[in-house]
Design a protein around this ligand. Structure first.
Ligand code: PEP
Length: 247
């Protein structure tokens, strides 16, 4: 049984003050949640958000991590720095990192291996652009991102995959339930070839791309969709509606 996992991605939104206020509102709303719940927040907010979420169902994650243990990497954050504050999850290879900050499958791989080695749970993002989907290249793109990004991973079940079609992120355009299910089933099939069928059946795969309080039920009802990575809707109490998708 794969336990559903709903994670928010605050991106470069929220401050310590607004984030603390939101978590205070969310705490009672997600108290009865059956799924795992996380909010991935900007590094500078981690200490304050860990404090705000203490004793609640909400775990705090990061939005990126560097692969080196330490050293001359101005502006970067290491696995140990995150762990020092009790961080459990880290988003890796988000399409915005790939698009604006030169993230490649190779750097995704390095970050993923470092996070796993340090005991963090990476949420590894994959997904195609609109141009790639329209030219029939979705599966090729996913094949490449999964093969290169997960090279050397020893236990697939220690990470989470987020399938995020780039054309659906922050656009209000969601993949239909069928599109999301079909593509995530393809990802699982590919993972069973790269790893084993057993691991592929156990790894959790989230859908991300304008998931909201209205469309979450249909998406979460799909057999291969195990959760959501939520951008915009994680900035308000709508996030609690998604967490409570099964109510
Ligand atoms: C995301 O950035 O991971 C995301 C899914 O954003 P949104 O929900 O806003 O589309």
């Amino acid at each position: 049984m794969r336990k559903p996992f709903i994670a928010g991605n605050w991106k470069m939104n929220m401050t310590a003050e607004s984030g603390t206020a939101l978590i205070k509102e969310l705490r009672p709303l997600v108290k009865e949640a059956k799924c795992e719940v996380a909010l991935c927040v900007p590094a500078i907010l981690i200490p304050a958000m860990v404090k705000a979420a203490k004793g609640s169902r909400i775990k705090i994650g990061a939005e990126n991590v560097h692969w080196a243990e330490k050293g001359a990497y101005t502006g970067e954050i290491s696995v140990n720095m995150l762990k020092e504050y009790g961080v459990k999850y880290v988003i890796i290879g988000h399409s915005e990192r790939r698009q604006y900050f030169g993230e490649t499958d190779e750097t995704v791989n390095k970050r993923t291996l470092a996070a796993l080695a340090g005991g963090l749970t990476p949420i590894v993002c994959v997904g195609e652009t609109l141009k790639e989907r329209e030219s029939g290249k979705t599966n090729d793109v996913l094949d490449r991102q999964l093969t290169e990004g997960l090279k050397g991973v020893e236990d697939l079940t220690k990470l989470v995959i987020a399938y995020e079609p780039v054309w659906a992120i922050g656009t209000g355009k969601t993949a239909t339930d069928e599109q999301a299910q079909e593509t995530i089933a393809y990802i699982r099939k590919k993972l069973s070839k790269l790893f084993s069928r057993k691991e592929a059946n156990r790894v959790r795969i989230q859908y991300g791309g304008s998931m909201n309080a209205k469309n979450c039920k249909g998406l979460m009802a799909q057999p291969d969709i195990d959760g959501g990575l939520i951008g915009g809707a994680s900035l308000t109490t709508d996030f609690a509606c998604i967490v409570n998708f099964d109510k």
